[in-house]
Design a protein around this ligand. Structure first.
Ligand code: PGA
Length: 237
């Protein structure tokens, strides 16, 4: 079964590295998505191998017009973007609350952009309270999408080098799968894991049945580890 590999480059910028990273991906790697910073969308789009997906790290709540500094869903769509990261903990901590995510989703619906919705908590014990807390981070409007992706990213694992235990990930994804299929009976939902994923741990994570892929930060902007990640994920496609 195909497993997704999503690269979140965050607020890093090194255009020559970006081009090397992108050009290292074999043509036809439709399991790969790249989420560059806005400024790099255009050069990345021009150099993207056939089949690789282009994503954006954010989208404006506004459609167009007098909103200085905003990047609209329409602009992203014109650039060839198909997916947008929403609800990353680094954005929630900057004020992206449920209302804001709902407004962003509405803009995305209008331009057929597909959400990769991030949810996370800082809790290591897996219990009903954790699942309820994660489910409460899902904005209204998701049900309008026939298919979307949810990335479970425990906060203690993001950017720390401390990946969550395999048992923890497997348990959370299994419980989320059940809760999500009850809430969204008409949608195809792919569950991803994110948080300190690297070449040395990605095989074990992807071996989890409920895990359809990984969202990678740091290890996606280092050429050697990126190439290894692509190679490993390719074996699942
Ligand atoms: P990390 O970031 O791989 O550097 O932990 C993951 C993310 O924030 O999506």
């Amino acid at each position: 079964m195909m497993k997704y590999l999503m690269a979140n480059w965050k607020a890093n910028y090194d255009l020559s590295l970006f081009l090397e990273l992108v050009q290292s991906i074999p043509e036809g790697s439709n399991f790969v998505s790249i989420f560059p910073p806005f400024l790099a969308l255009w050069p990345v789009a021009k150099n993207l191998p056939f089949g690789v997906n282009l994503g954006a790290q954010d989208v404006s709540i506004y459609q167009s017009g007098a909103h200085t500094g905003e990047t609209s869903a329409e602009m992203l769509s014109a650039m060839g973007v198909h997916q947008v990261l929403l609800g990353h903990s680094e954005r929630r901590s900057q004020g992206d609350d449920l209302r804001c995510l709902e407004q962003k989703l509405a803009q995305m619906t209008a331009h057929r952009l597909s959400p990769v919705l991030c949810i996370g908590a800082n809790q290591k014990t897996v219990d009903d309270a954790l699942i309820a807390a994660l489910m409460s981070q899902l904005p209204a409007g998701l049900e309008r999408f026939h298919d979307f992706k949810i990335a479970y990213e425990p906060i203690f694992a993001i950017g720390t080098g401390e990946v969550a235990d395999i048992d923890h990930i497997a348990n959370v994804l299994k419980k989320l799968d059940l809760a999500l299929s009850t809430r969204y009976p008409y949608s195809e939902i792919a569950l991803l894991y994110g948080g300190s994923v690297k070449a040395s741990n990605v095989r074990d994570i992807l071996a989890i049945g409920y895990c359809s892929g990984v969202l990678v930060g740091n290890a996606s902007i280092e050429l050697k580890s990126w190439k290894e990640l692509v190679e490993i994920c390719r074996t699942f496609s």
